[in-house]
Design a protein around this ligand. Structure first.
Ligand SMILES: [Zn+2]
Length: 405
């Protein structure tokens, strides 16, 4: 499953919503402003009125003839929900039809509860937040879920080690009726970076997250690549030499067994990432060695991946990168050793710029926008008059790195 990383041309519905977001308008005013026929406008409006995004208001100007019907955006109606679960935290957002964030929650769970429990807590907290604010959730039309397991959209499970899409759907549908679109958390985080963050306007990059696990993802030619089964870019499970530690995926020697938070802490003999940071800063040799080994392995895997797609940048994210800013330089040095020395390479290794709410917003976005596998390829516009869910400006203010709502 591929996702385009540039917004398609806005639909007439999108343009009506963008116009009404500025001020209420009559049908005639909308036809004129949007340069469309009464018939086309009526068709698009019927959808918006039906889903509850737009509400008619009758106004009677004193002393004038027939009452005029003004159309206004229903600002308290929720349109889509995005939920993103990682092994250490979860985030949820509820967006209006115009892409405004109506409710947002971010729950940090160091105890790593089960995926289902994390998802349940997020749904509950988001629904409670919406209820407190009087948001109408009967209008929710799309639900997107990111989960921290190798589950590209439409990928198939070969064992019952992980919950199925149906099991996750049964859970979210206790709160919102639409069947959820389920994909991988890291892919949603990478999509957010591609659309609104560090990878905006980049045609290609590799995204790697060093966190409770190690997740990867590839953007090539402005598409978040899924591959044949939705599993492209699982770089955390590439085998790195001279290492036979068992991985959660069932293999041995994966990158994840060297560079995830639990793996690093175990190698360094410390309890958590804060202790690891303390140990490295105080010159503990075992901790330093674990970190160096991880940087070497990450660079090796990224170098191999870079030879395959020649990315413009590598975007690194996760608690390990946050705790050790100098790691980027070590990873870069290790990666460059894998590249062809006779060629000039120009690959920046940069940090991610969006936090967990950005990834949740990407989950909502893919759910609210039909995929290219279901509809003809979207047409792109360099100068689209409106952007849809989560414009760059609103995303940056809403999802500051590490911030809470
Ligand atoms: Zn693995």
């Amino acid at each position: 499953m591929h996702y385009p990383t540039r917004s398609p041309l806005p639909t007439l519905e999108d343009r009506i919503v963008a116009h009404l977001a500025k001020a209420p308008a009559t049908r005639s005013q909308l036809c004129e402003a949007l340069d469309t026929s009464r018939t086309n406008l009526g068709r698009a409006l019927a959808t918006l009125l039906d889903e509850g995004s737009v509400t008619p208001v009758r106004t009677n100007a004193p002393g004038r003839g027939r009452p005029t019907q003004l159309l206004t955006l229903n600002s308290s109606a929720a349109h889509c929900v995005g939920l993103n679960v990682t092994r250490t935290s979860c985030a949820g957002v509820m967006l209006s039809r115009s892409g405004a964030v109506l409710a947002a929650v971010h729950i940090v769970s160091p105890a790593s509860p089960s995926l289902q429990l994390s998802l349940e807590q997020t749904c509950e907290a988001l629904a409670a937040s919406a209820a407190r604010q009087g948001i109408d959730t009967s209008t929710v039309r799309a639900v997107g879920v990111g989960v921290p397991i190798p589950m590209g959209r439409n990928a198939r499970l070969s064992s019952d080690a992980y919950p199925s899409v149906e099991e996750l759907a049964a859970l979210t549908r206790r709160w919102w009726s639409p069947a959820p679109v389920v994909d991988n958390t890291v892919r949603m985080a990478a999509l957010a970076e591609a659309m609104w963050g560090a990878g905006a306007d980049m045609s290609s990059f590799i995204y790697l997250r060093l966190s409770g696990g190690v997740g990867g993802c590839v953007v090539s030619d402005f598409r978040l690549v899924g591959g044949a089964g939705g599993l492209a870019g699982e770089l955390g499970h590439m085998t790195v030499g001279a290492n036979d530690s068992p991985c959660a995926c069932g293999k041995r020697g994966c990158l994840e067994t060297l560079a995830s938070v639990p793996a690093l802490c175990e190698s360094a003999g410390v309890g958590d990432i804060a202790e690891l940071r303390g140990a490295v800063l105080s010159g503990n040799a075992r901790a330093r060695e674990a970190l160096d080994r991880a940087a070497e392995a990450v660079g090796y895997v990224l170098g191999s991946a870079a030879l395959l797609i020649n990315p413009r940048a590598i975007i690194v994210a996760g608690e390990v990168v946050d705790a050790f800013p100098s790691l980027r330089a070590d990873i870069t040095a290790s990666m460059y050793k894998e590249l062809l020395p006779v060629m000039e390479w120009d690959i920046d290794v940069v940090g991610a710029s969006l936090g967990p709410l950005g990834a949740a917003q990407a989950s909502a976005y893919i759910a609210a926008h039909p995929s290219e596998d279901e509809v003809p390829l979207p047409r792109y516009a360099e100068d689209a008059p409106t952007r849809e869910v989560g414009s760059a400006s609103s995303m940056r203010t809403r999802t500051d790195r590490g911030g809470r709502p």
